[in-house]
Design a protein around this ligand. Structure first.
Ligand code: CUA
Length: 227
């Protein structure tokens, strides 16, 4: 989860988020190289006296400064496209979690297990104890098994919300009257937080997502005891 003054992306807890971080770093390196080059050239312009009174056109230099940015863009576009298709791929999910956005809470359904369903409200900060994560803790957590392919189906009951969990690399809009699909794979146990990221009304900031990742054995135990 994010801690104080964290300027970077959160640590990844899924293979897809790992790939997103790799792509971010790759693109940032290219961005830094361009910024340094252009900055160097611009500073140089201020400190020389070269003037060419007869300069009207230069075919060769125009060809060069068109082709070089094109190649640079290809180096960003191809990995980006690869990531796009990777994020969209479902690999035979073991279980499906349906999450429905409401003003202002999430409700969840485990359709594979006798349609277990529950609402998940934020713990109000005036009722919060030192054991709670302020503005992120919920009354009913999502329990999911780690090291398993999981399908997430997302929709909304009233307005558009967005189911977003940064450390798992998931960000998908919840639209009323539509069913969106994504997938995730959690590769370690722990608690992972997310927040709604579609401006959905007064309490938009107060409908967090809390995922508890456990072993498959503990997950089965939990799902058995919930009935
Ligand atoms: Cu729901 Cu913002």
């Amino acid at each position: 989860m994010a801690t104080w003054s964290n300027f970077n992306l959160q640590n990844s807890a899924s293979p897809l988020m790992e790939q997103i971080i790799f792509f971010h770093d790759h693109t940032l390196i290219i961005l830094i190289m361009i910024t340094i080059l252009v900055g160097y050239l611009m500073i140089n312009l201020f400190f020389n006296n070269y003037i060419n009174r007869f300069l009207l056109e230069g075919q060769m230099i125009e060809l060069i400064w068109t082709i070089i940015p094109t190649i640079t863009l290809i180096f960003i576009a191809l990995p980006s496209l690869r990531l796009l298709y990777l994020l969209d791929e479902l690999n035979n999910p073991l279980i499906t979690l349906k999450s429905i956005g409401h003003q202002w809470y999430w409700s969840y359904e485990y359709s594979d297990f006798n349609n277990v369903e529950f609402d998940s409200y934020m713990i109000q900060y005036n009722k919060s104890t030192p054991n709670n994560f302020r503005l992120l803790d919920v009354d009913n957590r999502i329990i999911l098994p780690m090291n398993n392919q999981i399908r997430i189906m997302v929709t909304a009951a009233d307005v558009i919300h967005s189911w977003t969990v940064p450390s798992l690399g998931v960000k998908i809009d919840a639209n009323p009257g539509r069913l969106n699909q994504t997938n995730l794979f959690i590769n370690r146990p722990g608690i992972f937080f997310g927040q709604c990221s579609e401006i959905c009304g007064a309490n938009h900031s107060f409908m967090p997502i809390m995922i508890e990742s456990v072993s498959i054995k503990n997950f089965i135990n939990w799902i058995n005891n919930i009935f």
